[in-house]
Write a protein that binds this ligand. Structure first.
Ligand code: ASP
Length: 350
């Protein structure tokens, strides 16, 4: 017996047995690329949308998908694709990220973003930055040019600028629509505090504490032709946020996650709940250890666990085989994909 073991171990070390020379993280090449995006979840109702506005959102998503998929189609990496895709959405004032970021209670814009590479689990994120045009590029710089994962506030702004990211005056992020959104949020939030003092007005409290008029966020996940997954998320956070509040988007494992062994995920919604559920990593773990499919894992987390806690929102995800999931428990979610067959789809409502 000892002799047989000895022979086997010698054969293995000499490479005589037919052992495939791949590590767990390496995957076959020539996969069909897939790209999935979101532009935020919330109370997005057809009845409240004009045809022009709907067309503008769809055009914005199609432009972003086109830019990202072009990279994938030409053999580019999922990391490059998700960054480029998110940059297009950040530059579009319709979405709550970059140019269209929502306002804090103090009337400023504080941006969060994260990016993750599924091949080596490298990740970078920035939180509460105020002067970088494309926060997703700053997040990538954190990943590639520092030994850290997460930078915040002025330090993150200073680092990103020194790393070559385009910096802008904070006034760049001012948009009329988001400023009006802040006024509405202030009104609703003061109504909520009044209701909290008067418990019998429960019905209106419920209405006022429904936070989803404040949402937004953009994100992209991709599978490239080498089988590598990547995820990117960028947001202005939630309207009227206070005290340096940070949401789930820049927290690796909560709003953003990618692992070649399972899937890539980008979330949108009421961030506090996504943080408490460690949303993205929980889905990956359900796949890795619970042997669930992407669809099962993401549905259970978004359609069951999230509302059980009282949270809402959605996510986009792609697994290592190119399967797509886009569950959400709100009225709508701006979302789109280019699937394995190159078919492009954008959707808004349930
Ligand atoms: N999840 C983001 C946050 O909580 C907001 C959003 O997705 O709209 O900051």
């Amino acid at each position: 017996m000892k002799f047989i073991c000895f022979i086997i171990s010698i054969s293995l070390s000499l490479g005589l047995c037919a052992q495939p020379a791949v590590t767990a993280k390496q995957v076959p090449t020539n996969k069909k690329p897939v790209l999935v995006i979101h532009g935020g979840a919330g109370t997005i109702l057809k009845s409240q949308m004009t045809p022009e506005r709907e067309a503008a959102y769809k055009a914005g998503m199609m432009e972003a998908l086109g830019v990202g998929y072009n990279i994938l189609k030409n053999g580019g990496t999922s990391l490059d694709a998700v960054e480029a895709t998110v940059k297009v959405l950040e530059d579009n004032p319709l979405f709550n990220a970059g140019k269209g970021a929502v306002f804090t209670a103090a009337g400023t814009n504080e941006l969060d973003a994260a990016i993750m590479n599924g091949a080596d689990l490298k990740a970078g994120s920035v939180a509460g930055i105020t002067t970088i045009k494309n926060p997703i590029t700053a997040a990538r710089a954190v990943m590639e040019k520092t030994e850290h994962v997460m930078l915040m506030g002025k330090g993150a702004d200073d680092f990103a600028k020194s790393a070559g990211c385009e910096s802008v005056d904070p006034s760049y992020f001012f948009t009329e629509a988001r400023f009006r959104g802040l006024q509405n949020a202030r009104r609703n939030d003061s109504l909520k505090s009044i209701n909290e003092l008067v418990p019998k007005q429960e019905a209106s409290l419920k209405q006022a504490s429904n936070n989803d008029y404040k949402y937004g966020t953009v994100g992209a996940v991709a599978l490239d032709s080498k089988g590598n997954l990547a995820a990117a998320t960028s947001t202005g956070g939630m309207t009227n946020k206070k005290f340096g509040r940070i949401g789930d988007a820049p927290i690796i494992g909560a709003g953003t996650y990618a692992d070649n062994a399972t899937c890539a995920i980008s979330c949108t919604g009421w961030g506090e709940y996504f943080i408490r559920l460690v949303m993205a990593k929980s889905i990956s773990d359900r796949m890795a250890f619970g042997k669930q499919t992407l669809k099962q894992a993401s549905n259970e987390m978004v359609m069951k666990k999230l509302p059980e806690l009282g949270g809402d929102g959605g996510l986009v995800a792609v697994d290592k085989d190119g399967n797509i999931a886009m569950p959400f428990n709100t009225a709508g979610m701006y979302r789109g994909y280019v699937d394995k067959n190159g078919k492009m789809v954008v959707e808004i409502y349930k």
